[in-house]
Design a protein around this ligand. Sequence first.
Ligand SMILES: [Zn+2]
Ligand SMILES: [Zn+2]
Length: 328
Amino acid sequence: MRASVLDAPGRPLRTATLPDPVPGPDDVLLHVRACGICRTDLHLRDGELDPGHLPLVLGHQLVGEVLVADASGTHARGARVGVPWLGWTCGTCRYCRSGRENLCERARFTGKDRDGGYAELAVADARFCLPLPPEADYPDVQVAPLLCGGLIGYRALRMAGDAERLGLYGFGSAAHMICQVAVHEGRRVFAFTRAGDAGGQAFSRELGAVWAGGSEEAPPEPLDAALIFAPAGALVPIALRALAPGGTVVCAGIHMSDIPSFPYEDLWRERSIRSVANLTRADGAAFLALAPRVPVRTTVTTYELAQAEHALSDLRAGAFEGAAVLLP
Ligand SMILES: [Zn+2]
Ligand SMILES: [Zn+2]
């Protein structure tokens, strides 16, 4: 099969021909029809996160058609499924036993510990493949970004409780979907982009944000919660200062630069800071059921498999609005 391969962190992705993957008894073999590109892929490419093995096939927002079913027949041949970041959990640790498989001590992640979707074929544990909404509502390219930006963004939104005034810091793939969900839920969205990013600010207003500005700007009124999708720790004290008493800052990314110190006064009055890690299969089911009801519309730029390195460069540079999807 053709694949885009990471040989070592810091090195450009390379298009290569690899042996076809062989599914185990719990796995399905998939023909990859589309694979979303995530900032986590960029962190692995740039060496900010450690890959589980090398060479590695990145990609954890995989839309695939089942070519070979698993032994239990969880997903039939021909079915369209989604493969998210959570690729395998142990089922026995204290987190798995308490509904928190996202924190499993032995979890294996797609496109990090297991080869992912930047390839023509992939194998995935059938128990962790998600049924997708009907293809008529969500073609392959449109549904792929839901599988990480959408559903981990949704987990982050739930950590914001019933916050009515919601700040979104970093208006990329996740925020452009979660903005639509938040507006659907009756919240008011305040969008924060890189300073001077007039295009990104206009894009957020089109999706329902009531205000948009640069990330260093103070919003016109205090926020009840702020979700930080950008990997910049400097945004944490800035977002904290934008909060009303009792408000929460939710850090939604897997990697962030160091957080500068800040006066305790900024945290006082029951403000809080927390992170969100990974997803559970229940998060996936909940978000994929909700998305067609909003409905969440994804804005997507597509790239061919051989352009994977170029796509990651564009993501690093903020060269597109919304999400990017690879077509293997
Ligand atoms: Zn576990
Ligand atoms: Zn991701």
